[in-house]
Write a protein that binds this ligand. Sequence first.
Ligand code: FE2
Length: 285
Amino acid sequence: MPTTLQGRRAKRRKYRRARIRNFLFTVGPDRLSGGRITRRHLSQECIVREIEVVSANWPSRFDGLRIGHISDFHVGELHSVDNALKAIEQLAACEVDLVACTGDVVDLDADLAGPVVTALGAVRAQLGSFLVLGNHDELHDPDTLEGMAIECGVNVLRNEAVEINRNGEKLVVAGIEWAKSAVKCATNVDIACGELTHLLLSHNPKAFLRATDLGVALTLSGHTHGGQVAMKNKPNTNLALAHRRSAGLFESNNSALFVTTGVGAWFPLRVNCPAEIAILTVRST
Ligand SMILES: [Fe+2]
């Protein structure tokens, strides 16, 4: 929660703008179309995508680790809690070692996050479940959302890192707070990644620029929703114009970035850009 009066006012303004956006792009079109647009959007299936990543910076004892990457549920008026729970069930069936959720659990109101973080914490994954918050999670009450997640056993990473030890070798997992610009993302990456980090969770894919400098083996991001409307067979030619890396896998030196198209959306349209859950197998050589 912002501590200054000015900060609190700015936050309230942001929340009000988000409500107006929600009315213009979600509630309005839905009412005008008698619910047809939303029904069609929600009838599209959420796919499971398998990806293999190889990085010499990945620790050998964790070779072959399976990460279940899920993001952007946007639980609210467009995407229901049930929709999010169904996607988490799909992920749980994939038998992963670690669950990584890269934010936007809710679209507007943090109160709706309870069942979703409960389900995330309940997925059987030997290295646990991790969460970073997205810009939508920040709109209402990020601290309450964080508290709910921690209570459910989910590791919430807000500019911090944790170490997981396995037979004397460690895997360092870091996560950063939401930031809009590449410069602010870089500042957060520097705070979170105090030493060599292997896995970075960042809602905004722009953190990858700094993560590459630091030799982070794998960065996982969401936020863009893959632009939601993309050209056929060209997933990176899409409506997320502010992002050079908006969907799929990108590699640079020994660092990789995977940007998921996410589960939910904030407007009811996806073209050539299905909702997805990503299962990443990470190899050290
Ligand atoms: Fe999002």
